[in-house]
Design a protein. Structure first.
Ligand SMILES: NC(=O)c1ccc[n+]([C@@H]2O[C@H](COP(=O)([O-])OP(=O)(O)OC[C@H]3O[C@@H](n4cnc5c(N)ncnc54)[C@H](OP(=O)(O)O)[C@@H]3O)[C@@H](O)[C@H]2O)c1
Length: 341
């Protein structure tokens, strides 16, 4: 795909806003545990402080870190008190702004991340979010579509653009190209002119080619290191958690190439192994950057990049959404529908 000039995100008219109630529906946990630990309850509406926004949530995105946190890993150590509403991604309408001339006044349609990586709480009718973790919702997207974007797209942006500096002629291998992060990573890399090889199961091959992958390798039938040739960058969204994907990735990198490990703790020995193999290596942690999200919004509005929503669950069915994300075969994103537009 060639780089095209971007239009500004068109402004959506402000929506009417009502004063928030004292209590709201939320999907909460009272302790870490299995997916069934996640249930709907009534909890107080949170109060924004200083530069924070209060947003009425229309839809909330589901990410693997939500399920890891619920299970006692992820960012569970940062849960300050129970019951705790889970979730970071949201799309909705600003209800309270920090000050009168703030760029996101009440009624603005926004999407973004709740206080990541600490309190979260987007699986709820209202969420508090730092102003800097929010952008205007792409006008071309519904709230359900927009809610699938923030964490996954910002991760992909951080990996492909800010870390790997995707450019014309660069050869990039992206593992799990069909997942939440992967399908954005494939599109960003192709947009900036890289030659993209993605791994996924065969059912996703045609779709990934439509998104910009030049080559798709079915990891269920083919060992990628036997067919991929030499690449400049590996974006590893799997790690050594499955089939020694990280170790095998070092075999396909050119001398001095770059290996990027994404799942936290997905391969503790990656740095030593990469040094021995003569390649550079780094891990990565997503940053909830609202200005990068605004750039992503422009790409979405222009049609250069798309979000794919695999499944939509009701807020009351958040446990089922967690079981689905934990199965590890989501195409694109899973989203919770929280309230009406
Ligand atoms: N460090 C950070 O800041 C950060 C940020 C975001 C995500 N992450 C982590 O990165 C990982 C990916 O996140 P995500 O949201 O993209 O997950 P996801 O949406 O759940 O990924 C699912 C995809 O993985 C594919 N897949 C499963 N096993 C595979 C294998 N062995 N080889 C290739 N593809 C495989 C599946 O393809 P098929 O259905 O075709 O099998 C599916 O499409 C997670 O571990 C997540 O926690 C880290």
């Amino acid at each position: 795909m060639r780089i095209r000039p971007l239009r500004s995100t068109p402004e959506t008219p402000l929506s009417p806003v009502s004063a928030p109630p004292e209590a709201m529906r939320a999907a909460i946990i009272e302790a870490c545990g299995e997916a069934d630990a996640l249930r709907e309850a009534s909890i107080p509406v949170p109060s924004p402080v200083l530069s924070e926004l209060l947003v009425r949530v229309v839809a909330a995105g589901v990410n693997p870190i939500d399920a890891k946190t619920r299970a006692g890993a992820g960012v569970s150590a940062a849960i300050a008190q129970y019951p705790s509403a889970l979730g970071f991604d949201f799309s909705g309408i600003v209800v309270k702004s920090p000050y009168e001339s703030h760029p996101f006044p009440p009624g603005t349609a926004v999407f973004g991340m709740a206080a990541f990586p600490r309190t979260g709480g987007s699986y709820a009718e209202y969420v508090v979010a730092p102003s800097l973790s929010v952008a205007r919702k792409p006008a071309a997207l519904s709230h359900v579509e927009a809610a699938g974007v923030p964490l996954a797209a910002l991760t992909a942006w951080g990996l492909v653009v800010e870390t790997a500096h995707a450019h014309e002629g660069q050869r990039m291998l992206i593992h799990a190209g069909s997942g939440g992060v992967g399908h954005f990573a494939v599109q960003f890399a192709a947009y900036f002119g890289a030659h993209v090889t993605a791994t996924a199961s065969g059912r996703n091959a045609g779709w990934l080619r439509e998104l910009g992958a030049s080559v798709v390798i079915d990891y269920t039938t083919t060992r990628f290191e036997e067919v991929v040739g030499e690449v400049d960058v590996v974006i590893d969204l799997v790690g050594n958690v499955r089939a020694e994907t990280g170790t095998r990735s070092l075999e396909v990198l050119r001398p001095g190439g770059l290996y990027v490990l994404v799942p936290t703790g997905g391969w503790p020995g990656y740095a030593v192994a990469a040094a021995q193999a003569g390649v550079r290596a780094t891990s990565y942690k997503v940053i909830p950057d609202g200005s990068a999200l605004a750039t992503v919004a422009r790409l979405l509005d222009s049609g250069a990049v798309q979000v794919y929503i695999d499944q939509v669950f009701e807020l009351s069915d958040a446990a089922a959404a967690h079981r689905a994300i934990e199965a590890g075969h989501t195409r694109g994103k899973i989203v919770l529908r929280v309230s009406d537009d």
